[in-house]
Write a protein that binds this ligand. Structure first.
Ligand code: AMP
Ligand code: ZN
Length: 139
């Protein structure tokens, strides 16, 4: 499986750095975003290193979409947001900051005014962990 030793998501896949892991199968993992745009913000990624949508093999796009759907259903059950956006960035102009393909599962609240580029502010780990436990229980 392709991996980039400098890539933070490859390090998460390898278990070299920790994450709040929601799901794992042969091709994908899903885990909590540590700079959440909103409570329950999670990421679905392929285990293999592919920088973006342009380089992602279509079967892996399908696998990541399945994982994101599974996570989104659990987030909906666990946290009951008013909505969920699936968001995915490709390239600097799209403000992609991690060049390992990922789908954001981004819960929304009516009136939250969240913009497409929501900024990366370090999340409260205790709050992320509490949301993780609720979502994990609903998976
Ligand atoms: P993007 O800016 O669309 O490339 O999204 C990258 C996402 O990865 C951001 O929302 C970051 O908060 C998130 N992120 C970066 N490093 C980590 C990490 N170690 N664990 C969890 N999420 C991360
Ligand atoms: Zn990677």
């Amino acid at each position: 499986m392709s991996a980039d030793p400098t890539c933070i998501f490859c390090k998460i896949v390898a278990g070299a750095i920790p994450c709040f892991k929601l799901h794992e199968d042969d091709e994908t993992i899903a885990f909590m975003d540590i700079n959440p745009g909103n409570d329950g913000h999670a990421l679905a990624i392929p285990k293999a290193h592919h920088p973006d949508l342009f380089s992602l093999p279509p079967p892996l796009a399908a696998a990541v979409a399945r994982t994101a759907q599974r996570v989104a259903i659990a987030v909906q059950k666990a946290l009951k947001p008013d909505g969920i956006n699936l968001v995915q960035a490709n390239g600097k102009g799209a403000e992609q900051s991690v060049f390992h393909f990922h789908l954001h599962v981004l819960p929304r609240r009516v009136g939250d005014q969240l913009k497409l580029n929501w900024g990366h502010r370090a999340g409260d780990m205790a709050r992320i962990k509490a949301n993780f436990e609720k979502i994990k229980a609903a998976m």
